[in-house]
Design a protein around this ligand. Structure first.
Ligand code: ZN
Length: 165
């Protein structure tokens, strides 16, 4: 079975930056499953995998623009500690959903705290980076109606939840 729209693709992956440093991998975090065409996966990766089959290995290089976009300075924020009144200890790595001026909300991650201020960044952690994916297709199968309805794969095809391999 080849990779096509509405099929569940399971991958081994190694993600590297321009310098060849490993940023993420299936060896560390387990295989990755996604539904082709469900807007879960980067478009450039989907394009590279389209028509491939289990056992195929594919390398994809994406510019920052094709991957997670350029970093936006607008998404760097400094807020007074008092804004987080109810939250207790604020530590780097914590994520908060913040209401933007245009009414949408954006997830910001705490970068650091400095006295009474908290420095946050709403950019994707991989924004501004050219990325290289080394991929190996483990399996390809048809998505179930329920999976298509949810827009994500279910382990073994039944039950909602994240796959842990
Ligand atoms: Zn689900």
């Amino acid at each position: 079975m080849t990779v096509e729209k509405n099929r569940v693709v399971t991958l081994e992956y190694v993600l590297k930056n321009d310098a060849g440093e490993v940023l993420d991998s299936s060896a560390e975090n387990g295989e990755l499953s996604y539904i082709q065409g469900a807007e879960m996966m980067l478009e450039g990766v989907e394009k590279a995998l389209e028509g491939k089959k289990a056992g195929d290995q594919v390398s994809v290089a994406l510019s920052a623009e094709e991957a997670y976009g350029e970093r936006e300075e607008d998404l760097i924020a400094t807020l007074p500690r008092s804004e987080f009144g109810e939250e207790g200890e604020i530590e780097p790595g914590m994520a908060f959903e913040i209401q933007m001026d245009d009414g949408t909300s954006q997830v910001f991650t705490v970068i650091s705290t400095d006295g009474d201020v908290v420095n946050l960044d709403g950019n994707h952690p991989l924004a501004g980076m050219n990325l290289k994916f080394d991929l190996k297709i483990c399996s390809v199968r048809a998505a179930t109606a329920e999976e298509l309805d949810h827009g994500h794969p279910h382990c073994g095809g039944d039950g909602c939840g994240t796959c842990h391999h």
